[in-house]
Write a protein that binds this ligand. Structure first.
Ligand code: BGC
Length: 740
């Protein structure tokens, strides 16, 4: 009886050794030594050069910087000292398209949410290496990737760019992506530091949250991810956090990032997030996309400030050193690659694998799926499934060389100049083509779904009806609610009443409500599935691939279950891509309501039942999760468990270990997980380290794990949990750096 271990192990040793690398060490850090040496040979005129990034395009009266490649940004190098220029491209899903300005495309991975749904650290690292390699071959050496903001707000227009709602899960997978990118000698950011939950009023909205809640949630995700990946750069967010703008927040950029965590890379601003030279004193190292700001605040003004004020001079040394540190630590080459001399990893294959593993089978009544390849006729309705799959909007959009297959205009008026960002676009192989290829002898019909009568007609005369529904999300805007836009709910209901074999394929940025759920046979969440998404959808529907994705975010029944049933600012802030609002407009949003209990933890606290819980995902086989065991030895907590494939097909499952209570009562937190691919009848074992910070409370400037009984449970999602197992934990006290 053979069994396969496809990756897994969220091993605590990795955490521990990575921790050591970001904190003060007895052995000198070679990148730090080299950065100091190079920096000491610079004049202030050269130092300030490293503190200012311009957009790599003509904008706002500024020319496209010489030597830049059309992309997100450019920082000139210092040839005399062998310091390369920084050529920056977005983003987490691949080298971006920037409206076709570069006239070459790139491989689009599925959305961050889809990547999160794979729960497959190794695969996500390979995906990172693939996009990093594409970036390098195009001449870029910085990728504005690593989007790991926690999904606190399912209506957030950028939900699709992020990994999930849990700090540990987001950190593990986000770090894997960044390690992959940086393995190619390309600096990756992690962004948007530190809490950036909604787009409405994005340039001025003020996150209000108490420090323990922030430390235990969004900051914890960054903290663990930084330890596991050593990103060369962090990008601070647009919004305010408890008052100051994030890029001018001494608390975030100095107290937490440098003093507590010992971070050594550089902090770049988001594009147009800087308001004054004083941001340098707060801890900002580089003003990016500076043409979008009211002025160039770093650069020349910093030079003048440094001449007069020792605090600025001190910071200028540090700022330049931090940038150089990233260059040396990541191993950024001084020269542009020879485009012909290297082969990129097989991008399409990786994009396909991530899409296949990210698709989540949400519902499968009476084994409606997989569909038989002997099917006689298939009706495909809606979602532009005849021409491609949906891509998210904004700065993260990747497209192939030929660009989108369909463009649906979304916002015009004052937003018209951002159309290449905000329009709804489709790309890649059409699901219809992939399905027809799968069943060449079947009659496959497509209608766009605008007319219910037509959709009903083809559904009622086909063996199976596949409805593809979409929710387009974009940077710059939030969804006003979680309904499928347009007439799609009515379309599903009408088709479901015409054909009992109705399969819904969702292409959404995040969770949507499903008023029709009881009426359909099966539901598949394909997210924005990337350039190979059409094929991955067909593979899952027809059983070529056994689905193994699990939700990285809770699907609520309705908005009334959320901490903020009404999206703050939805009624007062005019939709605008830049999100700058009216002069002096303010918007405070209270995130202390849920505090660190984001997503499934909020649902557990409220005793609310989700439509589909965090971690949920079905398979065409069945699994048994068993033998959870916890131990604590010399301070290290470990969990182990086994998974058995109890069905009749090869498949992969994700075992999830949750803390369910501590000495003070109920408390739910994901503390470990492992994904195994198993043959029928096979059993595999997972052994994971449990980071004590996941059990801890933030108290008195450090982490406190009270002594006492902690109970853990193993489950296939955050709700379907097995019998709890108790562990008596000795008291653990960690300082703000996460060390004893
Ligand atoms: C986004 C960033 C992005 C930057 C550069 C901003 O609008 O918030 O995520 O990296 O633009 O394109």
């Amino acid at each position: 009886m053979g069994w396969k271990l496809s990756l897994v192990l969220t091993v605590s040793m990795a955490v521990i050794s990575a921790c050591a690398t970001t904190h003060a060490q007895s052995v000198p850090d070679p990148a730090e030594v080299r950065a100091a040496e190079t920096e000491s040979q610079m004049t202030n005129e050269k130092r300030i050069q490293l503190t200012l990034g311009l957009m790599a395009m003509e904008f706002g009266g500024h020319k496209k910087p010489e030597g830049s490649i059309p992309g997100a940004g450019y920082v000139p190098g210092v040839p005399r000292l062998g310091v390369p220029p920084l050529r920056e491209t977005d983003a987490s899903l691949g080298v971006t398209w920037i409206g076709g300005a570069r006239s070459d495309g790139a491989t689009a991975l599925p959305s961050g949410t889809a990547q999160g749904a794979t729960w497959n650290e190794e695969l996500i690292e390979q995906g990172g290496a693939m996009i990093g390699s594409e970036a390098r071959l195009k001449g870029f050496n910085v990728m504005l990737a690593g989007g790991i903001n926690l999904m606190r707000e399912p209506r957030n227009g950028r939900t699709f760019e992020y990994i999930g709602e849990d700090p540990y899960h987001s950190a593990v997978l986000g770090a894997a992506a960044v390690r992959g990118i940086q393995s190619q000698g390309v600096i990756s950011t992690m962004k948007h530091f530190a809490i950036n939950p909604q787009e409405t009023g994005r340039h001025f909205m003020n996150v209000k949250i108490d420090e323990p809640s922030l430390r235990e949630s969004d900051l914890l995700a960054f903290e663990i991810a930084i330890e596991r990946a050593r990103p060369g750069a962090l990008m601070c967010a647009y919004n305010r956090t408890n008052g100051p703008l994030s890029c001018g927040s001494e608390f975030l950029l100095t107290d937490v990032l440098r003093d507590d965590w010992g971070y050594k890379g550089f902090v770049m601003s988001d594009w147009g997030a800087v308001e004054a030279v004083e941001f340098a004193l707060a801890g900002l190292d580089q003003q990016s996309g500076a043409q979008l700001d009211e002025g160039l605040f770093l650069g020349e003004p910093l030079l003048k400030a440094a001449d007069k004020d020792a605090r600025y001079q001190k910071r200028l040394h540090e700022m330049a050193q931090n940038v150089l540190y990233a260059i040396y630590d990541v191993g950024v080459s001084q020269t542009l690659p020879e485009k012909t001399s290297e082969e990129a990893p097989d991008g399409m294959q990786l994009a396909l694998q991530v899409a296949q593993e990210g698709i989540v089978l949400l519902k499968n009544k009476e084994r409606a799926l997989p569909l038989s390849k002997e099917v006689g006729s298939v009706a495909i309705i809606g979602g532009h499934a005849d021409v491609g799959v949906l891509s998210g909007g904004g700065s993260s959009r990747s497209m192939p060389d030929e660009g989108p297959t369909v463009i649906v205009p979304v916002l015009r008026g004052k937003n018209a100049s951002y159309a290449s960002m905000t329009d709804e676009m489709y790309h890649g192989l059409a699901p219809k083509t992939a399905i027809q290829t799968m069943v060449p002898d079947a009659r496959v019909t497509y209608r766009d779904g605008r007319y219910l009568s037509e959709a009903v007609q083809i559904a009622s005369t086909s063996d199976v009806a596949i409805i593809v529904v979409t929710q387009f999300l974009s940077e710059g805007f939030d969804a006003p609610d979680i309904s499928l836009p347009g007439n799609q709910d009515a379309l599903i209901s009408a088709v479901a009443s015409a054909n009992p074999n109705t399969i819904v394929v969702l292409q959404t940025g995040g969770p949507v409500a499903m008023p029709w759920l009881d009426d359909v046979a099966a539901v598949v969440e394909a997210w924005y599935p990337g350039i190979m998404g059409g094929e991955a959808i067909a593979d899952v529907l027809f059983g070529e691939v056994n689905p193994s994705g699990h939700l990285p975010i809770t699907f609520p029944v309705s908005l009334s279950q959320l901490p903020r049933p009404q999206l703050d600012g939805a009624d007062t802030v005019e939709p605008s891509f830049l999100g700058s609002g009216n002069p002096n407009q303010t918007l405070d949003v209270d995130y202390s309501i849920e505090g660190s209990d984001v997503g499934y933890r909020w649902f557990a606290r409220q005793g609310a039942r989700a439509l589909f819980p965090f971690g949920h995902g079905l398979s065409y086989t069945s699994f048994g999760l068993h033998d959870l065991a916890l131990s604590q030895q010399e301070g290290e907590i470990r969990a182990s468990f086994s998974i058995t494939n109890t069905g009749d097909r090869v498949g992969a499952d994700v075992g999830q270990v949750y803390l369910v209570s501590g000495p003070d009562g109920a408390k739910q937190r994901l503390v470990g997980f492992g994904k195994l691919t198993l043959d029928p009848g096979a059993t595999g074992k997972v052994d994971v380290g449990v980071d004590p910070r996941l059990l801890a409370e933030w108290e008195n400037d450090g982490w406190a794990v009270a002594a006492g009984e902690y109970r853990f449970a193993l489950g296939a999602n955050a709700v379907a949990l097995g019998q709890p197992v108790a562990l008596n934990v000795d008291r653990i006290r960690l300082d703000a750096s996460g060390k004893p």
